[in-house]
Design a protein around this ligand. Structure first.
Ligand SMILES: Cc1ncc(C[n+]2csc(CCOP(=O)(O)OP(=O)(O)O)c2C)c(N)n1
Length: 285
């Protein structure tokens, strides 16, 4: 299978160019990019990135008001589960904010595209990777928007393991107290966390009731249904001023049969044979 490896090294351009993809923010394209780049870099976190692919398609395809990534009043997005950075890079590429050269530098020496996202990269507002800190950052950003008299909204994508962490719940209380209704947290509820299943490590259910108890408005949605996600994330803030939690029920490794709900695919990179099969499954064309 040497030919597979040589065609897929980090120097090989992505098979997609942003120009050909105007309006092409499609889940299968994003999944293909995730597989190509993680294979080329021999890096894991593949299942984590596939889990949030549809959420990022909804956000960057429709929901986020970020036509100009430098505009002060653009919406803000915090990828709190920073280890899924490759999904974010893919979405930024499909949006036309990253070149294929930049995308292809993923995890190479000297790149700005590391395993976790850094705010030095165009389109990334906040550096993340230390789990549990995205919601505190997002709550501060939402309060700052109010103080600025800005209409901008803040979306924070957290993992279910982050809901184990105290800092997240402190921020949840803060946001409810200050009625930060332009703040939305999306929980990527895939039921896995690194080396275990959430129900075994520290059970979070009933997750929706927990958020309600913290005085958040709650929605539950199929995290792989881009239309339902888009509709839910575009809902106007409720009357009461509560921030909103969207619990997105997802499947870790979604789209690749041998990765779905398997612990191995948190850290493991793909073999040549696995890469070929995975690509065939996510993007048969
Ligand atoms: C504060 C902190 N502790 C530990 C880690 C190491 N780590 C990386 S991913 C991960 C857990 C992954 O589970 P989850 O966050 O639920 O992500 P998903 O399964 O959705 O990928 C851990 C513990 C970290 N990034 N930050």
């Amino acid at each position: 299978m040497a030919s597979v490896r040589s065609e897929s090294t980090s120097t090989r351009s992505s098979s997609l160019s942003p120009r050909s993809l105007m309006g092409g923010m499609e889940p299968r394209r994003l999944r293909r990019l995730i597989l190509e780049r993680s294979f080329a870099a021999r890096v894991g976190h593949i299942g984590s990135a596939l889990s949030v692919a549809d959420i990022l398609v909804a956000l960057y395809g429709e929901v986020l008001r970020v036509a100009d990534p430098e505009a002060p009043d653009r919406d803000r997005f915090v990828l709190s589960k920073g280890h899924a950075a490759l999904a974010l890079y893919g979405a930024l590429f499909l949006r036309g904010w990253l070149t294929s050269e930049e995308l292809n530098s993923y995890c190479a020496d000297g790149t700005l595209l590391g395993v976790h996202p850094e705010h030095h990269l165009r389109g990334v507002d906040f550096s993340t990777g230390s789990l549990g800190h995205g919601l505190p950052i997002g709550a501060g950003a939402a309060l700052a928007a109010r103080l600025d008299g800005s209409e901008r909204r803040v979306f924070v994508l957290v993992s279910d393991a982050e809901c184990n962490e105290g800092a997240l719940w402190e921020a949840a209380q803060f946001a409810a107290h200050h009625r930060l209704s332009r703040l939305t947290v999306i929980v990527d509820a895939n039921g896995q966390q690194a080396l275990g299943y959430t129900r075994d490590v520290l059970d979070l259910e009933p997750l929706a009731d927990r958020w309600r108890a913290f005085r958040w408005e709650v929605r539950e949605v199929d995290g792989h249904d881009v239309r339902a996600l888009t509709r839910t994330l575009q809902e106007a803030p409720g009357e009461g001023g509560a921030p909103r939690a969207v619990i997105a029920r997802t499947v870790f490794g979604k789209g690749v049969s041998f990765m779905e709900s398997r612990i191995k695919w948190h850290y493991w990179p793909m073999s040549d044979e696995e890469f070929v099969q995975a690509l065939r499954e996510v993007d048969p064309a």
